[in-house]
Design a protein around this ligand. Structure first.
Ligand code: 6GU
Length: 250
């Protein structure tokens, strides 16, 4: 998979050299390039922002540098991996006004051969960039959740990690991908390791015996109870309104 990230703070993306994502890059599973938006601003101060038309607080990112940067990403990406002359990435623009980024969307994006990420800062990117890009490539505006970050960089770190770990070969133990929160709509069950008693707290008895059927049943119940307590919105309506026992039967 090819990934391009455009940002005015390329150093913010340095963690993508680390851990499993860094290893996937070194193993050739991920081809990731970070681009500095200021390289596409040509005045003496490399200006990428200006005051908003209509007034209001803060600054807005200028359209010109964005169009040049995205043109560069597309042209360079095509030559870099002898892809088709008309290949384009799916462009992801992170922002608090976007569609919620979910495990389902991470799975969809993990099937794409080429993704580009546009990190906005300040009050946002000139709206015409969304139109311009939408005429050239698929565009998705995605949000991490209902809170505000200073820019898209942290969101890109989160999204790239969520997407890249789904690629074949990135995570050694493929089973660990299946038994996870959000993969089947329930939160994960609690886990324990040695010692069997710590700080006067015992590991649940059922986990110490070798009854795998009993363990599976206990874990399933724990997942439902935990989801009901923390994320009732994830449960089917009947379960959220008291029919938990019925769900646990399934
Ligand atoms: Cl994707 N970007 C920004 N700037 N703020 C956010 C966000 C994204 N998701 C939640 N808050």
């Amino acid at each position: 998979m090819r990934l391009d990230v455009v940002s005015i703070f390329p150093e913010y993306l340095a963690p993508l050299d680390l851990s499993l994502i860094g290893k996937a890059r070194r193993d050739g599973l991920l081809d990731l390039a970070v681009h500095d938006l200021r390289d596409f601003a040509h005045d003496r101060h490399r200006t990428v922002d200006d005051t908003p038309y209509g007034g209001g607080a803060g600054m807005v990112m200028k359209p010109g540098p964005w169009a040049e940067a995205l043109d560069h990403v597309v042209t360079q990406g095509r030559s870099r991996d002898n892809s088709a002359v008309d290949a384009v990435p799916t462009l992801i623009i992170p922002g608090p006004g976007g569609e919620p980024f979910t495990q389902q969307i991470a799975r969809e994006l993990a099937d794409e051969p080429w993704l580009a990420f546009a990190c906005g800062r300040y009050e946002g990117i000139d709206e015409r960039v969304y139109e311009w890009a939408g005429e050239r490539m698929p565009v998705r505006v995605l949000s991490l959740g209902d809170y505000v970050l200073n820019g898209g960089e942290v969101a890109v770190l989160a999204m790239v990690e969520a997407i890249a770990r789904l690629l074949p070969g990135v995570i050694g133990n493929a089973e660990s991908l299946i038994e996870e929160s959000h993969e089947d709509g329930l939160l994960e069950y609690p886990v324990y390791t040695k010692p069997a008693e710590w700080d006067g707290r015992a590991v649940p008895e059922v986990l110490l015996g070798g009854n795998h059927q009993a363990i599976a049943k206990w874990r399933h119940e724990q997942r439902i109870q935990r989801t009901a307590a923390r994320r009732p919105d994830l449960l089917p309506p009947a379960a959220a309104t008291g029919g938990l026992a019925e769900l646990e039967e399934r």
